[in-house]
Design a protein around this ligand. Sequence first.
Ligand code: G6P
Length: 363
Amino acid sequence: EQAGKGGYDHFMLKEIHEQPTALAQAIEGRVDSETPAIRLEDFRNGTFDGVENVQLVACGTSYHAALYGSLALNRAGVRATALLANEYSASSPPIDDGTLVIAVTQSGETADTLNALRRANADGARTLTVTNVVGSTAARTADDALFIRAGPEIGVAATKTFSSQVVMLLLLAQRITDDARGEPAADLDALLSELRRMPDRLDALLSWSDAEAIARRYDGSQSYFFIGRGLGFSVALEGALKFKEITYGHAEGFASGELKHGPLALVTPETPVFAVFTGREDEKTLKNAEEAQTRGAPIVAVCPDGHRAVDVADAHLEIPETHPALAGLFANVQLQLVSYHAASLLDRPIDKPRNLAKSVTVE
Ligand code: G6P
């Protein structure tokens, strides 16, 4: 097992560091930033013809990737909703000819997600899975499969697969709208050229990240809150999930605008607030972060250098300036590192947290 860790103390840290390679593999041959064009695999004829609404179903970290993807689809003009797979039959969202159901699942074996996928098939939806495992049950059950090519992920807490799922969903969103409109999205070239640069820039971030110092600084806090808006909201949810999974500490992710509708009652000097800035609606998030700061909470701004939030915040986790659709991914990697180092200080069994399994094959 030690050999498999490639010199890292844990698989999780190794997998965090594998993200530049995983992303490069995910986009290999699929992105042409010159033309600009997206060349995803050849899906069955008509997979995306007449798609009017997309339902993304997933659990855990994959659900947060689905949430990120649903926003990208909405912004590209396609109606999309992310649903927890285990709530899918209870919520019974209507399915018609124009419905595409996308099951997002790293393993392709999560029972809740497979159940939702089977229900979608039975109700006549077109189905697609975004998965890491070729030959998985999800890949065999859905009409089509899009593989994220992240390589094996051993740590129970998903890291590199989240990043690769998000990137594939961003590309898929462009492809679906392209098929619907017959012309590429307006800023496709900007997105694709930033995507091409992403592996190198992530590599750099992993070398200069201050996440360990931040984890030390706030070690022993009562609770950890993560806030963000839009794509930053899904990153806030994922940041909190990662933190609870491996540190066993109390962490919550909130839409930044929701703080004032209840969670603010929990905010004290003992509850650091990580605020994620993705370039859109940052002013509002900053205002919400300041409301928490007024109640004594230390604010950690996750944003580029030179951002206004840096002057206001108590601490800074830097991310590079990039396309707004990708900023959340850099922020998420910084938060993965914070959780990892916080768990490491507590000497937690990071790769195999208590009570959790890599893949949950029961309902
Ligand atoms: C388990 C894992 C999570 C994962 C979730 C969904 O609960 O502990 O890390 O996000 O399953 O897994 P999937 O394979 O469907 O992405």
